[in-house]
Write a protein that binds this ligand. Structure first.
Ligand code: XMP
Length: 321
């Protein structure tokens, strides 16, 4: 891989911000750029950098793809608004669910999201706005895992030989592609983002789809979304790197109201990690695990089994698909 990492210990945050702002400004010139904000650390940092560099020449969109967490689209727009960044919310739920229909293979699901995002949704926004550039928060770990063939991260294009100008009609600018998460957080802090943003646990671009094994229908996404609310409420104070609920495809026999219930299974994962390259399960107190199981089985209809993953990465990966 020709791309070189800038390690946290070698990063001069101030001059990185200056250099990247200048690079964005000179690349975009007098034209317009659009910006894909997901609300995660990476895209929030890129949004602030680009806003600083381009001002009114930047148009930032949050795509409501229907696969985000509870209340996330509105929360992201309002947080960034408080940081002085105007964001337009685009409802693209139907496009994403249509593309995911009938797909069960993990890489096909990821590909469907990539195509919908870059070709259908951003392709149209670019045509309508006359922009020639798309800014996005690809980081070094995303590239590394995709190039190594572990997972096709949704945002990797050029490193897979995709010429975005030919494929989608715009050029992609990736200002933090040489940084891993701890370095991205340091830049976010220096840019004045609130701690709730620069220290936010990572969340993947393909969102809750990475946590639904099998077909990601509206109903199954809604179910994992409900379980995610509970997991995030109960584990928020753990300081773990990332925590999640995963909906399994297989059902198991359970008992509900004294009767057989061939029900659903939720797996919980909670990770200790620095940069998502390796990870180990957090040693959660047993009482916390018991509370999670009790809440999920009573509050998420149809779930009869809750398990906790005790596997390290590798051989596991952080997300399920
Ligand atoms: P995995 O599951 O590959 O995840 O061990 C490593 C880290 O990356 C996040 N992740 C993604 N982030 N696009 C992203 O922006 C993706 O397609 C994607 N897949 C996984 C994951 O949440 C973890 O932090």
């Amino acid at each position: 891989m020709s791309l070189k990492e800038i390690k946290l210990e070698d990063l001069d945050v101030k001059s990185f911000i200056e250099q990247q702002s200048q690079a964005i400004s000179s690349e975009v010139g007098d034209t317009m750029a659009i910006n894909a904000l997901s609300g995660g650390v990476d895209s929030s940092v890129v949004s602030m950098l680009a806003h600083r560099a381009l001002g009114d020449r930047l148009k930032t969109y949050f795509i409501d793809n229907g696969i985000m967490r509870e209340g996330e689209p509105q929360a992201v727009v309002s947080t960034m608004d408080k940081c002085g960044l105007p964001v337009e919310l685009i409802d693209a739920q139907d496009e994403f669910f249509a593309a995911l229909k009938g797909k069960t293979d993990p890489e096909e699901k990821r590909q469907a999201i990539t195509d919908t995002f870059y070709r259908a949704v951003f392709g149209q926004l670019v045509r309508e706005s006359g922009a020639r550039f798309l800014l996005q928060g690809t980081n070094f770990t995303d590239v590394e895992e995709t190039v190594a063939g572990i997972k096709r991260q949704h945002n990797i294009l050029a490193q897979l030989g995709i010429d975005t100008e030919t494929a989608y009609g715009y050029k992609v600018i990736e200002p933090i592609i040489q940084l891993r998460k701890p370095a991205v957080r340091a830049v976010g802090k220096a840019l004045g983002l609130p701690e709730s943003v620069f220290n936010r646990p990572p969340f993947p671009g393909p969102a809750l789809v990475t946590r639904v094994i099998g077909e990601a229908t509206r109903e199954r996404i809604e179910l994992v979304r409900k379980a995610t609310v509970i997991v995030e409420q109960e584990l928020a104070l753990t300081e773990a790197f990332q925590y999640m609920a995963i909906l399994h495809e297989d059902r198991v026999t359970g008992i509900r109201e004294g009767k057989r219930d061939f029900g659903l299974q939720i797996e919980i994962r909670c990770w200790d990690s620095k940069d998502a390259v390796t990870g180990s399960p957090t040693r959660l107190p047993y009482e916390v695990l018991e509370k999670l199981a009790a809440r999920i089985t009573s509050e998420v209809f149809g779930v009869v089994s809750v398990t906790y993953s005790i596997t390290t990465k590798p051989p596991s990966t952080i997300e399920a698909i």
